[in-house]
Design a protein around this ligand. Structure first.
Ligand code: AMP
Ligand code: GLY
Length: 424
C-alpha cells in the first residue's frame, strides 16, 4: 500500500510515524515534508496548495490513500479535487471543512442545533460591529470569520481595545478577506481542553483529551503562537465532562453537518472551554491539532491507517478506539523570536539520541537538509519533543529531560508546559 501525506509540520511527522507502523504500508510520500519526515517518507517538492499537481502525483504513483494534515488545503477544497479523480483521500470536503473555515458558519450551526457555545453576534461591517459593541459587557472576543493562522481572535478588555480590533479586522483588513465578516462573542472563563475525533460522516469517535499552550512565554504571557507544548490526557476532562460532551456536543455536531448536506469525514478538533455552566465549544478545527497530535497519536493503540480507511469507507461504527493508560507531554523547541521574527539555518545536534526509542520522540516541525546534508532549523517552531510516562508528572519530567538532548543556536522553549497538572 502507498500513502501520501500532505503537510510539513510536527503533526504530519506524527501521522507519518503512525502510518509507517502498518505492515501493509510499503511506501510513504510526503508533500512537501521536512527533514524528520524524510526518515519514513520520500519527500516530494510539491506545495500543499498545489491541488492539481498533488492529485496528478497521487494518480501517477498509484497512491492508495492520501491524508491531508493541514487546514488551508482542506478549506480550499483539496479533497474535492482528489475525489474528482477517483482518489481515496482522508479529510473533509470543502463544504464540510467550512466548520473551521468560517467562524460565522460554525457559530450559526451551533445555535441552530443547540450545541453549547458562547453567545455571539455575526457582523458584516465596521458600523454594524460598533453598533453591537455599544450593548455588550467587557471583556469581549472579536473573531475574524476566516482562516487567519490562529491570529484572528482578539480578546478586548475595554471599548477602546474593541474599537482598535474592529479597525484592524474590518477596516485595515489585517487578516485579508478573513475579516469580511466578524463574530463578536461573549468571553468565557474556565479550563481549555482539546478533543480530537475521527468521523465518517455519521459516526464519531473521540480520542483522548489534550491541552495546548498557545502563548509564547511562560505563565501564558506574550503573543499567541501555533502552540508551544501539550499534554495528554487533561486531568480536567473528567468522566462527567466526557459524558456531557458525548451527549451534547460530539454526535450533535456530526448529525448537524449531515443534516446540512455537509457530511464530515476526517478529524473534527473540538476546542472546548469547561466553564462553570458546563463544557462549551470555543472553536472547531477540521484536522489534527499541532502539537496536540504529537501527544495524542503516540498514545493511540489502534492502527492509524485502519481507522482512517474506516472513516473513508463509512465503517467507523466497526472500530473501537483505544488509548494507552499512560500520559504524554510535548515541549516545542522554537527559534528565539518566534512568532514574530527569527533566524533559521542553524545545525541541529543530538537527534540521534532519539533513534530507536519507544518512550521519547522528536517530531520535526521546521527543519530541512542543508547543501551538506546536515539537518538545520527552518522555521519558528523547529521540533516537538514528546515523552511518555506512567503519569503526567513523570511524562513532563521525561519530556524536559529529553528536550535537553537536542541543541541548536537560538533554541527557545517554554519552561512551564504542563504546569496546570499541579493544579488538578
Ligand atoms: P480560537 O482560535 O477560536 O480557538 O481562539 C484562540 C484562543 O482564544 C482560544 O484558544 C482561547 O484561549 C481564546 N478564546 C477564543 N474564544 C474565546 C472566548 N469566547 N472566551 C474566552 N477565550 C476565548
Ligand atoms: N494547537 C492548536 C491548533 O492546531 O490549532
Amino acid at each position: 500500500m502507498k500513502v501520501l501525506i500532505v503537510g510539513s509540520g510536527g503533526r504530519e511527522h506524527a501521522i507519518a510515524w503512525a502510518v509507517a507502523k502498518n505492515p501493509k504500508v510499503e511506501k510513504i510520500y510526503c508533500a512537501p515534508g521536512n527533514a524528520g519526515i524524510a526518515e519514513f517518507a520520500e519527500c516530494v517538492p510539491i506545495g500543499a496548495m498545489e491541488f492539481e499537481k498533488l492529485a496528478e502525483f497521487a494518480e501517477n504513483e498509484k497512491v492508495d490513500l492520501s491524508i491531508i494534515g493541514m487546514d488551508d488545503p482542506l478549506c480550499g477544497g483539496i479533497v474535492d479535487v482528489f475525489e474528482a479523480k477517483g482518489l481515496r483521500v482522508f479529510g473533509p470536503r470543502k463544504n464540510a471543512a467550512i466548520l473551521e473555515g468560517s467562524k460565522a458558519f460554525s457559530k450559526e450551526l451551533m445555535k441552530k442545533y443547540n450545541i453549547p457555545t458562547a453567545k455571539y453576534e455575526t457582523v458584516h461591517s465596521a458600523e454594524e460591529a460598533r453598533e453591537y459593541l455599544r450593548s455588550v459587557r467587557f471583556p469581549i472576543v472579536l473573531k475574524a470569520d476566516g482562516l487567519a493562522l490562529g491570529k484572528g481572535v482578539l480578546i478586548c478588555n475595554t471599548p477602546e481595545e474593541a474599537e482598535q480590533g474592529v479597525v484592524e479586522i474590518m477596516e485595515d483588513k489585517k487578516f485579508g478577506s478573513a475579516g469580511d465578516q466578524m463574530v463578536i462573542e461573549e468571553f468565557m472563563t474556565g479550563r481549555e481542553v482539546s478533543v480530537l475525533s475521527f468521523c465518517d460522516g455519521k459516526t464519531i469517535l473521540p480520542m483522548t483529551s489534550a491541552q495546548d499552550h498557545k502563548r509564547a512565554g511562560d505563565n501564558d504571557t506574550g503573543l499567541n503562537t501555533g502552540g508551544m507544548g501539550t499534554f495528554s490526557p487533561s486531568p480536567f476532562y473528567t468522566e462527567e465532562v466526557d459524558q456531557f460532551c458525548r451527549e451534547n456536543i460530539y454526535q450533535r455536531t456530526v448529525d448537524a453537518m449531515r443534516a446540512e448536506g455537509r457530511p464530515f469525514v476526517g478529524i473534527i478538533f473540538f476546542g472546548l472551554m469547561i466553564t462553570a455552566d458546563g463544557p462549551k465549544v470555543l472553536e472547531y478545527n477540521c484536522r489534527f491539532g499541532d502539537p496536540e497530535a504529537q501527544v495524542v497519536i503516540p498514545r493511540m493503540k489502534n492502527d492509524m491507517v485502519e481507522v482512517m480507511e474506516a472513516c473513508v469507507d463509512g465503517k467507523l461504527d466497526t472500530v473501537e478506539l483505544e488509548f494507552e493508560d499512560n500520559a504524554a507531554v510535548c515541549v516545542v523547541l522554537a527559534s528565539e523570536g518566534y512568532p514574530v521574527s527569527y533566524k533559521k539555518g542553524f545545525p541541529i545536534e543530538g537527534l540521534e539520541n532519539f533513534r530507536g526509542a519507544s518512550d521519547k520522540f522528536v517530531f520535526h516541525a521546521g527543519t530541512k537538509f542543508d547543501e551538506n546534508g546536515r539537518i538545520v532549523t527552518n522555521g519558528g517552531r523547529v521540533l516537538g519533543v514528546t515523552a511518555l510516562g506512567k503519569t503526567l508528572v513523570e511524562a513532563r519530567a521525561n519530556a524536559y529531560k529529553a528536550s535537553d538532548l537536542v541543541t541548536f543556536e537560538n533554541k527557545y522553549k517554554r519552561n512551564d508546559i504542563g504546569k496546570a497538572i499541579d493544579e488538578a
